[in-house]
Design a protein around this ligand. Structure first.
Ligand SMILES: [Zn+2]
Length: 191
């Protein structure tokens, strides 16, 4: 059994990722009762604690996820209802879960002309993902985290030991006349 390293970030910065995607946890009122109600609700009536792939900053660089001693209120609450499998989050939000290639960040121009990144959105430029090129950043990461927790070996494309070529265009610029219209279209194409 391994303890999380010192560089392990608070899960409050990285909401837990579950089997069905990313959980949006309200960040206020994180009392034990609130957390228990939250995780009890997700667990449902399962009699044995189901496995829960938990994205935990830097953790277990070599292997698949491991059972671990939870150290934060959030992880402890989760562990009361699930078997926690801690997964190193390295590259999980940078690489496409579907085609295993690097994702582009997405940027847009605001009404005042400034360009900024669209948080939570990524784009895959591979032909494999042509029909669903926009990805929800957290959902994509959750699927990568889930894969790491299930496979005997951490997949190569998410490994700290392999180089990943960069992209010629690390940013994808959204085009359109209004910011809200752009987001609306992009969201409807999300995978
Ligand atoms: Zn892809």
């Amino acid at each position: 059994m391994k303890r999380p390293s010192r560089s392990w970030r608070s899960p409050l910065d990285n909401p837990a990722s579950a089997v069905l995607g990313t959980i949006a946890l309200p960040l206020d009122g994180l009392k034990r009762k609130t957390l228990d109600r939250f995780f009890r609700g997700i667990r449902g009536d399962s009699e044995v604690p189901p496995p829960f792939a938990y994205g935990a900053g830097r953790f277990s660089p070599t292997g698949r996820g491991e059972r671990a001693v939870p150290t934060t209120a959030l992880a402890k609450a989760c562990a009361r209802y699930f078997v926690l499998i801690m997964v190193d989050e390295f590259r999980t939000s940078q690489m496409c879960h579907a085609c295993r290639r690097r994702l582009q960040a997405v940027a847009k121009r605001s009404a005042d002309g400034t360009i900024h990144e669209v948080r939570g959105l990524r784009r895959c430029c591979s032909t494999e993902c042509k029909r669903v090129s926009f990805k929800d950043r957290d959902h994509n990461a959750a699927l990568n985290i889930l894969r790491c927790s299930r496979e005997a070996q951490r997949p190569q494309y998410l490994s700290r030991n392999t180089e990943q070529p960069g992209l010629r265009n690390p940013f994808f610029m959204l085009r359109g006349d209004s910011a809200s219209g752009i987001s609306g279209r992009a969201t409807s194409m999300l995978n």
